[in-house]
Design a protein around this ligand. Structure first.
Ligand SMILES: *Cc1c(COP(=O)(O)O)cnc(C)c1O
Length: 368
């Protein structure tokens, strides 16, 4: 089957509209943060945040870092985060000088487990930062109650969840701040970039200061800040993508529904009641698999059927050499062995979907 076209696990869609938008900005000669960034913030707020303020930055990681700093997180503070996520979640906490405390996940949604979080609250805990992993919203209703009960702030890592919602309420409108990544493999992109949402005017002001050397008025720096600005070139790409992300999400959902209906021998994604999933990843569970068996499964999909797949994430953040923070997280450990993400992106054709199903069902049947 070597003539089969490879189906990549992710594929950014960049078309003529994005190219034209970049050209338009280049033609003006004004490339740094300017009118395109301002327009992108306003449009993102309308389309994805029900009007909540949005502040554009140069990456999702910068967005988390500035959101935490603008919320007053720093040395001596603890922020509870999942270990089963991309390292940026914990990194951003550590970069402020605070300590990330790693909690376990719910085995059905792969998102942070409120019970595990509550067991880790100390007098140093300042905030909880769930991740809407794979595009499935974390249990924000439970986290709002928990934050209120213990007097904590609530933040959202919405890097993978543009447009996800709970009972019609969009992610990015729950926490003091939320961050959306605009990296090329995410549900929409600006090349590199991030968008931070906040409903708190003081946090918004500090975000705007921190991203630009602490300046609102040029050379009147009010605080020590960073250069985390987005360029107008990136914003122009993001503005075009924003007009398409809703339609792409619908295609992701249709692709997911097809896989749900046809895959056999693997555990397909569960959706919590009231949750609106945006399928950044379509992640199945290979129950009882070891790391070696799961990796062999992925290899066979690729070699026999040219179907790409991915493991998000093979190592819990607390076990990375950069952290080395021992923690007892049984569901996280199990997930790192058992998860496999299959292509679900909007560029898939019916032939691709049929091939993914044939590949998974064949390999799962053979391995049983
Ligand atoms: C991608 C991602 C980030 C970081 O975003 P960048 O734009 O790559 O800096 C943070 N958290 C999660 C969960 C992500 O998937």
């Amino acid at each position: 089957m070597s003539e089969l076209e490879f189906i990549p696990p992710a594929k950014p869609i960049i078309g003529q509209d994005e190219r034209d938008a970049v050209d338009r900005v280049l033609a003006t000669g004004m490339l740094a943060q300017g009118p395109e960034v301002k327009a992108f913030e306003e449009e993102f707020s309308k389309v994805l945040l029900d009007g909540r303020a949005a502040v554009a930055v140069n990456s999702g990681t910068s967005g988390l870092h500035l959101g935490l700093a603008a919320s007053g997180i720093g040395r001596g503070d603890e922020v509870i985060v999942p270990a089963f996520t991309f390292a940026a979640t914990g990194n951003a906490v550590a970069l402020t000088g605070a300590t990330p405390v790693f909690a376990d996940i719910d085995p059905d949604t792969f998102c942070l487990d409120p019970k595990s979080v509550e067991s880790l609250i100390t007098d140093k805990t300042k905030a909880i930062m769930p991740v809407h992993l794979y595009g499935h919203p974390a249990d924000m209703v439970a986290f709002e109650a928990l934050a209120q009960k213990h007097g904590l702030m609530l933040f959202e890592d919405a890097a993978q969840a543009h447009g996800a919602a709970i009972d019609g309420r969009k992610v990015g409108t729950f926490g003091t701040f939320a961050m959306f990544s605009l990296y090329p493999t995410k549900n929409m992109t600006s090349g590199e970039g991030g968008m931070v949402s906040t409903g708190d005017a003081e946090v918004e002001r500090r975000l705007r200061l921190l991203r630009n050397q602490g300046m609102e008025v040029q050379y009147q720096n009010e605080l020590v800040g960073y250069n985390n600005r987005m360029t107008d070139i990136h914003a122009a790409i993001g503005r075009v993508q924003l007009t398409k992300v809703g339609e792409w999400t619908e295609v992701r959902r249709r692709n997911a529904a097809f896989l749900d209906a046809h895959l056999q021998g693997v555990k397909t994604p569960k959706i919590a009641e009231g949750a609106e999933h945006v399928y950044h990843q379509y992640t199945v569970r290979l129950e009882g698999f070891s790391v070696a068996d799961r990796d062999a499964f992925g290899k066979e999909l690729k070699e026999r059927f040219a179907v790409g797949s991915g493991v998000y994430y093979p190592v819990p953040t607390n076990e990375l050499p950069s952290f080395h923070q021992p923690a007892d997280l049984p569901e996280t450990a199990k997930a790192t062995h058992e998860v496999l993400s299959l292509p679900v992106h909007p560029s898939l054709t019916q032939e691709h979907l049929d091939r993914i199903v044939e590949a998974v069902n064949t390999v799962a049947g053979a391995g049983a």
